[in-house]
Design a protein. Structure first.
Length: 358
């Protein structure tokens, strides 16, 4: 069996780590890795491959940044060339990025079964480009591996039933495998002179926040007014917006320490040691739950609705007062983390068993 795995962004590198590691142990399956180059900065790409021991990609399209349509179009052309060369048995895509939808469309048009890992997520906000990518990718995929029962139910509402499996969350498997190694090898706490549970970890990367200067300003006001020590690894997109709009810097308080993007191990270490996480990232919301750390989400909705239902996550949007209030006063109890929302950590084995029996 030959599987073409298409990845291009940080969350996909994390998800691919577990399945690619599992595939290496199976001599009858050949995995070909195609990196679209959607994330091309070393801290956003190369370092993740090295840290997570992901095989060096067989192909790298190096598409870089562009408008959504142009970027997706470049990916589709490059992906088609590779598929026509390799003719895999399956095309495997992860999550909800432009790399996901590009791979799904090309594979479907060439009549090769598309496998979508992390299928069925819905925020029900079609202004999010990720939501469009999810809906289209799910609609045309052959096999859909869902991380939760809620995701399965979402697909059922759209009359997508055939080829749907709840296999648990592959990011949870990666987290379980690497969490101890991350704690042992990361020196980020010493580097930043941090003590456990005496800082807030923040991440801002979603286009609806970084591309909207008013939203970005309001987020910084809320963070600053909380008076808490905040560590903010700055996404390249966010950094660019701040540099383009100098006036934003006056809203960034002295309590906010901006650092360069960090690798997976450093991020896992900070997530485990922080007393609270403030983010607009879907993956980081889950990682907060894995670590039993309160999460404040800088969005009006989330695809990980189960974290809200369990009381472990709070949506605040970009309202400065709500951000400040949640940072200072939102503290879930131990019971809010009592359920195994994301499976048993054996997602890769379940995926391969299903593909082999298909």
């Amino acid at each position: 069996m030959k599987i073409l795995t298409i990845i291009g962004a940080r969350p996909q590198f994390i998800k691919a780590a577990s399945l690619s590691r599992y595939l290496k142990s199976l001599p009858d399956i050949k995995e070909i890795i195609l990196h679209t180059g959607q994330h091309y900065d070393n801290n956003m790409s190369d370092d993740f491959f090295s840290e997570l021991d992901i095989p060096i990609p067989d192909y790298n399209l190096q598409v870089g940044s562009d408008t959504p349509a142009r970027q997706t179009g470049k990916m589709m052309m490059g992906i088609e060339d590779i598929i026509l060369k390799e003719w895999p048995d399956f095309i495997l895509v992860y999550g909800d990025t432009n790399s996901t939808i590009a791979g799904a469309i090309v594979g479907t048009k060439l009549h090769i079964p598309v496998v979508h890992v992390e299928a069925g997520l819905r925020s029900y906000d079609r202004e999010m480009p990720e939501e469009i990518n999810r809906i289209v990718s799910d609609a045309i995929s052959t096999i859909l591996f869902c991380p939760t029962q809620i995701a399965v139910n979402n697909l059922k509402k759209e009359s997508i039933i055939k080829g749907v499996y709840n296999v648990g969350d592959i990011m949870f498997e990666t987290y379980l495998y690497y969490k101890n190694k991350a704690q042992k090898t990361s020196t980020i706490l010493n580097k930043l002179n941090l003590k456990p549970k005496e800082f807030i970890l923040c991440s801002i990367h979603r286009a609806s926040n970084t591309d909207n200067i008013e939203n970005l300003k309001n987020i910084f006001i809320g963070l600053t007014n909380s008076k808490e020590k905040i560590i903010l690894p700055l996404h390249p997109r966010t950094k660019e917006k701040i540099n383009q709009n100098e006036f934003l810097k006056k809203y960034i308080g002295l309590n906010i320490k901006i650092i360069d993007p960090i690798g997976y191990f450093d991020m896992v270490c900070l997530e485990a040691k922080t007393k609270k996480i403030v983010t607009d990232s879907g993956g980081v919301q889950k990682e907060a739950y894995f670590n039993k750390v309160p999460c404040v989400t800088l969005r009006e909705n989330t695809e990980w609705i189960e974290t809200i239902e369990e009381g472990a996550n709070k949506l605040v949007g970009v309202n400065p007062k709500k951000i400040k209030e949640a940072i200072n006063n939102f503290y879930p109890k131990e019971q809010n983390y009592s359920k195994s929302l994301y499976g048993d950590g054996k997602t890769s084995a379940k995926i391969i068993e299903i593909l082999l029996s298909d």
